[in-house]
Design a protein around this ligand. Structure first.
Ligand SMILES: *[C@@H]1O[C@H](CO)[C@@H](O)[C@H](O)[C@H]1NC(C)=O
Ligand SMILES: *[C@@H]1O[C@H](CO)[C@@H](O)[C@H](O)[C@H]1NC(C)=O
Ligand SMILES: *[C@@H]1O[C@H](CO)[C@@H](O)[C@H](O)[C@H]1NC(C)=O
Ligand SMILES: *[C@@H]1O[C@H](CO)[C@@H](O)[C@H](O)[C@H]1NC(C)=O
Ligand SMILES: *[C@@H]1O[C@H](CO)[C@@H](O)[C@H](O)[C@H]1NC(C)=O
Length: 352
């Protein structure tokens, strides 16, 4: 402020001085006059520059002071010893957390497979005013080419510097994203588990019990990528019963020879993932349980130490009713699974 006043003063002074010089001009040689004016202008310029520099350095000092103030750890009361590694106070580079600067933040990652209800689950989480779940950030292959780009992406998310439609910015109490096993997660599992432990990231596994239903959903979704049944746009999730009905019209044909080995493989992948991340703080959820039992959502909020809220989603389930109506070659599938450990997939049913 002071510097600005000085500047104005100098500016006015300079103009007056120039006027004075102009008035006296006829009496002196123009060359001398011009030199004097030029010299004076130069001196003023240097002076103004010095003031600017001083101002900038003062600002930097103030910023450094601010950072120092923030470096002082916030200490939320009533936090048990065992919880401390999971409680964070991020200091984002892109904005200030303002009045929520000392609200603790939990880090989480939803680990899942395609068509297991994780999209729906994420909309539920994001309906909480204090949760930012930022979607499948590792669906972009650049972000998972090597462990260093994975780590720098996660650092940005957990520092609240990652912006998506789900960002709640300053008052987030839990921040995370969802991660499919085939998006570099299994490949780099050692380093990622290490990162989760080092940074106190809580893991939410989300599986689907009925892997046959998942397989049908997978095939239908992959068919729609080309067919684009909804007026020429491909949708993986829908928000109206009409749209759901249109998508459910397509009945895929399952290769009954591959069915058993494929189901086995999915099961093994899930078991492996739990093993890899066993040493992290984690919870295992099943899509079917979340649908049947709303108390499960309470469990999730407790796991993330969130203030309890009723969670809502506008998504509508695409495939409803008995499975026999949803595939072309039901008889073949029945034959293939009868007498195996997957037989129950044929019969289990649920409504949303
Ligand atoms: C990781 O990938 C990024 C982006 O392609 C590249 O710039 C970086 O050098 C790679 N780092 C390592 C350690 O390979
Ligand atoms: C949740 O968000 C609200 C509104 O932004 C904020 O007032 C509150 O402090 C937040 N709660 C937590 C636990 O961070
Ligand atoms: C498709 O477009 C028609 C006409 O524009 C509209 O009436 C209909 O609701 C649309 N259907 C869907 C599923 O979006
Ligand atoms: C099922 O998959 C196997 C192995 O890929 C293939 O040989 C067979 O032709 C497929 N069957 C049908 C009906 O597509
Ligand atoms: C995870 O670790 C616990 C104890 O460390 C062990 O009892 C359990 O069997 C492990 N689970 C898996 C799936 O590896």
């Amino acid at each position: 402020m002071e510097a600005t006043i000085n500047y104005n003063f100098i500016y006015c002074f300079e103009i007056e001085f120039q006027d004075a010089l102009v008035l006296k001009a006829p009496k002196r040689s123009p060359l001398v006059l011009r030199t004097v004016v030029l010299l004076f202008a130069m001196v003023c310029g240097v002076y103004i520059c010095l003031i600017c520099l001083k101002q900038i350095s003062t600002r930097t000092k103030i910023r450094l002071l601010n950072i120092k103030v923030f470096d002082q750890p916030c200490q939320a009361p009533n936090i048990e010893e065992s919880e401390i590694p999971f409680v964070h106070y991020p200091d984002p580079e892109t904005f200030s957390r303002e009045e929520c600067a000392c609200n603790p933040v939990r880090f989480f990652a939803i680990l899942s497979m395609q068509r297991s209800g994780s999209g729906w689950f994420e909309t539920l989480l994001n309906s909480h005013i204090n949760v930012s779940s930022n979607g499948e950030i590792f669906s972009v292959s650049d972000r998972r080419v090597n462990i260093s780009s994975i780590v720098s992406t996660m650092d940005k998310v957990y520092n609240l510097d990652w912006f998506t439609s789900a960002s709640k910015n300053e008052c987030s109490a839990a921040v995370g994203f969802k991660w499919m096993f085939n998006q570099g997660l299994m490949k780099h599992h050692d380093d990622i588990a290490e990162y989760f432990k080092r940074n106190g990231v809580s893991v939410i596994f989300l599986f689907r019990r009925n892997l046959l239903r998942r397989m049908i959903s997978l095939l239908a979704n992959s068919y729609d990528k080309d067919a684009k049944l909804l007026n020429g746009t491909h949708k993986s999730h829908v928000h109206s019963p009409t749209e759901a009905k249109i998508l459910a019209k397509y009945k895929p044909t399952l290769n009954s020879t591959l069915l058993l080995p494929e189901l086995k493989q999915v099961e093994q992948t899930a078991a492996k993932a739990i093993e890899y991340f066993n040493s992290t703080r984690h919870i295992v959820l099943f899509y079917e349980d979340l649908i049947h039992n709303r108390a499960k959502l309470k469990e999730v909020q407790e796991f993330l130490r969130l203030p309890y809220r009723e969670l809502t989603s506008r998504q509508v389930k695409i495939h409803r009713g008995p499975l026999s109506k949803q595939v072309e070659n039901w008889n073949e599938i029945e034959q293939a699974l009868k007498g195996t450990s997957y037989e129950s997939f044929l019969h289990s049913d649920y409504q949303m």
